[in-house]
Design a protein around this ligand. Sequence first.
Ligand SMILES: [Zn+2]
Length: 824
Amino acid sequence: MKNIVIIVFLFFSFAAFSQRPESGISDSWKKIYRATPTKINDLVNTNLEVSFDYSKCWMYGKALLTLHPHFYATDSLNLDAKGMNINEVSIIKDGKHIPLKYFYDSLNLYITLDKTYKGGQNYTIYIDYVSKPNEIKSKGSMAISSAKGLYFINPLGKEKNKPTQIWTQGETESNSVWVPTIDKPNQKTTDEISMTVPDKYVTLSNGLLVKQKKHNDGTRTDTWRMDLPHAPYLMMMAVGEYSIIKDSYKSKEVSYYVEKEYAPVARKIFGLTPEMIGFYSRITGVDYPWPKYAQIVGRDYVSGAMENTTATLHNEYAQQDARQLIDGNNWEIDIAHELFHQWFGDYVTTESWSNLTLNESFADLSETLWDEYKHGKDAGDEHNYVGIQTSLYSSGKKDLVRFYYNDREEMFDMVSYQKGGRILNMLRNYVGDSAFYKSLNLYLTTKKFNSAEAQDLRLAFEEVTGQDLNWFWNQWYYGSGNPKLDISYNYDTDRKTAKVFIKQTQPDKIFRVPIAIDLYQGTEKKRYKVWLENQADTFAFPASSKPDLINVDGDKILLCEKTDHKTLDNYIFQYKNAGLYVDRREAIDFAARIQTEDKNALTFLEAALKDRYKGLRIYTIQKLNIRDDSVKKAVEPLLADIANSDPSSMARSSAIQALGKYKNDKYKALFLKFLDDSSYSVSGNALIALAAIDTSAALKQARVLSAQPAKGILGDAINNILFTYADETDFDSLAARFENLSSGNSRYRVLIPFGNYLKRVKDKNNFSKGVDLIVAFRETLPQSMRQQFGNYLNEMVFKPIAAAKQSAGMTEQADYVKSKISGN
Ligand SMILES: [Zn+2]
């Protein structure tokens, strides 16, 4: 599973407005050991026949479940079945239904079997039931914002600009809302799902479409069969109007289900998938194990994406138009992430949520691996470095494998994802690529179609490398924190010795870290591999003259915070001669800090504006202090060059943004020219830069540009300028614009500008109409977000409007908006 911008956006910007938990909240969970679920019965096969009632948002299901006792004989079966109506529970004997005794408490179905079954002895039960996903209470997590399992999207077709769809979301334990099952990650089942749907819709599920049958009443039944066992949370269904674009990997079908208007760009979004499948098959040594791979886009999806076996579901943000794709495919890394789960998560599954690292840390690492393979070492290193920074910022005192947590959804955090991915990357560096991939292959082939815990991974690595790796697992998997290093240097001219002093300054424990130290004299580099093992370690190396650079952690993979006492000259040397992405970035960071006081630092930054990697050109632009006159003057021609002719549209757009800060009329013609650029980023930043020097020209251009659909930076820029500078004569078109913004995300982003616009609206009817539109938007949000969002809206939009109206003497309008404050 992948959490994304929208979720991050919501949680980070609205988090401050969420209700604090009651003080004295119970921490009894700290004493609850989260054991791997006991296997009393094992799922064997799941056979479902379902149909949907769109008006009630119900699903009618008939399930045939084949199971057997895991080892010990038993006469009972406990199934997860959330919020259902149960019509019949029976056992199948010679084709006949024999009713069974059962007790149902709305979460679990406790069944007494007709006799005691021995370990491994199959039996098949039948359940007739109704799923009512909208009638159960659900909660969300960082990764998903709801847990209903089965979602009806715009079921009655009443919402404008939104198709009617059905999709499911199983992880963590929500599929038991629509299928009675043992909803635990250490179960595996084959399945066959028959969905009866209106004939105009297509369907998707796991495995292969084996049968389609049309009925006289305008419906059709599609039967999907998954012959290989997978975990219950990976079962999925999706129904809707889609274009299906077909590719292939070897002889297997690879397909992309997108809304019709995205059919022409589907290959631009998803088309690298076959190459990715080949890449991941090669590095793991396990050829893609499933019969097909489909990807589908769901509206109002509650997470970023989900790796249902052979049928990944993506958030609608995957659907980018042709102009967005000019700035790069925002979704490529999510596509890679979900695909790698088909091995790590689906083929071998974590046996408990405590061991989620076995799914998510690998998927996170796969993003780095793909970037490195497809876009070069700089891109891979950049992804890894961002992951390191995210981990340092957020991982705190949590172990990677956690047997104590309050709620299993909390496992989907930056420790399981980013930090775990970096831990695997350190392991890759330590054992070497070839041993790393051989160990992954051993782990996958040993545990295939099964579940595993983090120790299984250690055993595979020990088998391949011949080394005891408990120290690594104990430190990184079953421990928390990271080293904080203070690094300093000394050269002894008499003894011709260079020394490096490394102190570990973190308070709680000392880390054991294998580390590469590179010593540079001129272009000659000598690598020393040493271990940090003490609170303070000193390393001495022979050096005939003072080294130009001593580069600690030469591969720049260590998950650590560091204070490195290097000079500007060291860093400039490092930029040129060590040369990795992080080597260069560290040099840029250091020079940026002293750019206004050291001429050499500024000269270096001017050179860094021509870095070979676009990511570092952009980074350097962002680090420039343009308020300083000497910086401003020195970089201006370079920025103009980048704006005009950089091969990367993102670098051009960053340069335009920086030129906008000059507020110089001489760039007006240039900004006007860039408004027509094919890139949304270039065009959007040009519009913002234009507004900084001539608001009426920008407003005029925004009106023209608003006639065409626009997304990305341009879409936001148009909205911001219209809402910030237009007057009341534009009210009708602006109100319609707000109402028609297609995605929730772009509406969130214009709420404050729209609120500011309403402060200027004098007409009473217009004003109340505008306020009502915001209230209506609040009402469309899922219940789980409404309170947080309502608080945000009160503080950031409604109260400021009320205050402005009050001080302008418009009491009636002030009262109107006050009456809409939620909680009133
Ligand atoms: Zn994931």
